[in-house]
Design a protein around this ligand. Structure first.
Ligand SMILES: [Zn+2]
Length: 426
């Protein structure tokens, strides 16, 4: 496995679906493979699509689309069917659909308090899901064994003729020790070996930062679909960001970018788990909200209660939300000046805090002195909820298949061969 993963999935962002034009020096075979990838990626992202629409969207001619689609059908990656409702007279255009129930990836997440494992079908559909608590003090490497148990449990009900194309795991950077101390951890270098040891029948496992992966999901399928410049802010035990610029994840050296929770915003503020003082997450995290509301900052379950009380008009709760939302707007204003995104998306526990305090966040942003940075800016609550992490992980896992479909998977033909070019088929 590559740890941490962090190269941008090839198809994410601008021109992701563009087929390859005829270029001197590029072989016909190469063009064919690229175009197969373009067709498969299109139906993976957009769902069932008629051949006619593929023809116009991908700029290829009708007969080429017909050949490519037939080849994907023969490989078991898509189906072709007559449309259920013919819109006009004449021969209807066949509808090409991803085989979500047969072609899938393993998507795992290790967040501050839970371990989750899903089978996600081509097309981004969650087919099956298992989860357990992550005990305080459990490292990401130690989480691999229980995750593998969840995967094995799911695999028991998988149909005989399926294609597993790969797997990915999203790992949070903030954990809690058994004594309650919050610790900042990067993706562990030995995680790759642990994954490879447990998932011997899964071709290529990749790992990445949880906020990056959830941000990727919102960019590909969620509230920021079609937006190539965005900041996704994720609240969990800590605060981190997935920053996408020009359709590409900004990952930094060894994938350690996006630690926005540790921007110092209040030099006289509280000590942070990172060793610094007055970091942004000490002002906008769950613990800050609980503290302002007069609750135990370690009592994470009470966050929803505080937000509910604020919505019901409880004054202390309302003031706690306002205070956190004001700091949220303050930090967002600074990030917006640096990155100049088209959208800021709030996910994880920040989703609910933003929703409750959106007016205060906006007011703080409106006080920014640089109107050009904010006039076009959209503030959005994340759309995919807790599934974002799993859907994003699956996008990473599908990337190789989408880049070169026939090299990765041919459904139902590998049971009699151990051809390494067809990993995972069974
Ligand atoms: Zn910090």
């Amino acid at each position: 496995m590559e740890t941490p993963v962090r190269s941008r999935p090839a198809g994410v962002g601008r021109n992701a679906e563009s087929p390859l034009p005829s270029v001197p020096g590029v072989s016909q075979e190469e063009i064919r493979r690229q175009n197969l990838g373009a067709v498969l990626r299109y139906v993976h992202l957009h769902g069932p699509t008629s051949r006619a629409e593929l023809t116009s969207r991908l700029g290829l001619n009708r007969s080429t689309i017909g050949v490519l689609s037939a080849e994907l059908v023969a490989s078991g990656l898509v189906t072709e069917e007559a449309p259920t409702t013919a819109r006009r007279a004449g021969r209807p255009s066949l509808v090409v659909s991803p085989r979500s129930d047969r072609v899938y990836a393993h998507a795992l997440s290790i967040d501050a308090g839970r371990l989750r494992a899903a089978r996600v079908g081509l097309g981004g559909r969650i087919l099956d899901l298992r989860e357990v608590d992550r005990p305080a003090g459990m490292s990401a490497v130690d989480a691999v064994r229980p995750l593998a148990d969840l995967v094995r449990d799911m695999e028991r009900s998988v149909a005989a003729e399926t294609l597993l194309v790969g797997g990915a795991v999203a790992v949070t950077d903030t954990t809690r020790d058994p004594d309650g101390k919050i610790r900042i951890a990067s993706v562990d270098e030995t995680l790759g070996a642990a994954l490879d040891a447990e998932f011997t029948d899964c071709p290529g496992f990749v790992a990445g930062d949880l906020a990056d992966i959830a941000g990727l999901a919102e960019h590909v399928r969620g509230v920021a679909a079609g937006i190539d410049d965005l900041i996704y802010l994720h609240g969990d035990l800590g605060i981190s960001a997935g920053i996408i610029v020009g359709g590409r994840l900004v990952i930094g050296h060894r994938g350690h970018s996006g630690k926005v929770g540790h921007m110092v915003v209040n030099p006289n503020g509280l000590p942070c788990g990172c060793g610094s003082r007055g970091c942004w997450e000490t002002e906008i995290g769950e613990a800050a909200l609980l503290r302002h509301a007069g609750r135990d900052p370690g009592e994470r379950e009470a966050v929803a209660e505080v937000l509910r009380a604020a919505a019901d008009g409880d004054r202390t709760a309302r003031e706690a939300v306002e205070q956190v939302a004001d700091w949220l707007g303050f930090g967002v204003a600074n990030l917006v000046n640096v990155v100049n995104p088209d959208a800021v998306v709030f996910g994880g526990s920040l989703r609910d805090i933003f929703t409750a305090g959106a007016e205060t966040v906006r007011r703080r942003l409106d006080a920014m002195p640089l109107p050009l940075s904010r006039e076009h800016l959209r503030l959005r609550a994340a759309a995919l909820g807790r599934d974002a992490v799993l859907i994003g992980a699956a996008e990473l896992a599908f990337d190789k298949l989408l880049a070169d479909p026939l090299n990765v998977g041919v459904l139902g033909q590998a049971a009699t061969t151990d051809d390494p070019a067809r990993p995972g088929a069974r």
